[in-house]
Write a protein that binds this ligand. Structure first.
Ligand SMILES: Nc1ncnc2c1ncn2[C@@H]1O[C@H](COP(=O)(O)OP(=O)(O)OP(=O)(O)O)[C@@H](O)[C@H]1O
Length: 213
């Protein structure tokens, strides 16, 4: 399967839809609106940080299991980024060392490939959408999910800035599968259909190079 990666508001969900349509494959979305833990987490990150990660881990593993049989199915977020988000939260004191250790060990166990399994849990391609901090803030505002708004909680400004910065290093060191980067500032594939065509072409080229298409 193909997985999308990128910061909050990068455009993962939109590109997932576009790609699955284009490739004639299935799209898998993680619904944010039905996530009852997320608003609680934004209200009290220290209390709900660990629970939220377990929630996501469970959901994303289920997605991987449902989508693995087609290399071209598209998932709107990778399981690997959760570790990045959790590390950030742990560094901000929103999780204890024990919670962080248990989380890493659980993730490692869940993602371990078994001998003789027909399909791997690692994706066939990871596509990361990189946007500047300014673009990230604009998109979060435009989408308007109340619990994500900086006006309601000014401390989110630093959280978002740090998160966006960490994505750059995370992508550089990601080595679980082939990967490619899409410049989300250069290609506004949601608003601009020409940019959308260009992005689909970039992905097609990569899939051809990997013999997936
Ligand atoms: N592992 C995690 N830990 C903490 N928060 C998370 C985690 N994964 C997702 N979130 C939160 O869930 C919300 C949705 O994030 P996500 O990036 O998955 O979707 P999105 O913002 O709709 O992305 P896009 O606009 O690129 O489609 C955000 O508020 C994000 O902070």
């Amino acid at each position: 399967m193909i997985v999308l990666a990128g910061t909050i508001g990068a455009g993962k969900t939109s590109l997932t839809r576009m790609l699955a349509d284009h490739l004639g494959s299935q799209a898998f979305y993680e619904s944010v609106d039905d996530n009852e833990i997320l608003p609680l987490f934004y209200q009290d990150p220290k209390k709900y940080g660990f629970l939220l990660q377990i929630y996501f881990l469970n959901k994303r593993l289920a997605e991987i299991k449902n989508s693995f049989d087609n290399d071209l199915n598209v998932l709107d977020r990778s399981i690997f980024e959760d570790a990045l988000l959790f590390r950030l939260n742990a560094d901000l004191g929103r999780a204890t060392q024990t919670e962080a250790d248990i989380y890493s060990s659980l993730l490692g166990n869940m993602m371990e490939e078994l001998p003789q399994q027909a399909h791997t849990k690692a994706p066939s391609l990871l596509i990361s959408i990189q946007v500047s901090f300014e673009t990230m803030l604009k998109r979060i505002k435009k989408r308007g999910r109340s619990f994500e708004q900086i006006e309601n909680d000014p401390s989110l400004y630093e959280y978002y800035r740090e998160l966006n910065q960490r994505y750059v290093d995370w992508y550089a060191s990601y080595d679980e599968s082939p990967k490619m980067l899409i410049d989300g500032d250069k290609y506004d594939f949601v608003e601009d259909s020409h940019a959308a065509d260009q992005v689909l072409q970039l992905v097609d080229d990569k899939l051809t190079e990997l013999n997936l298409k």
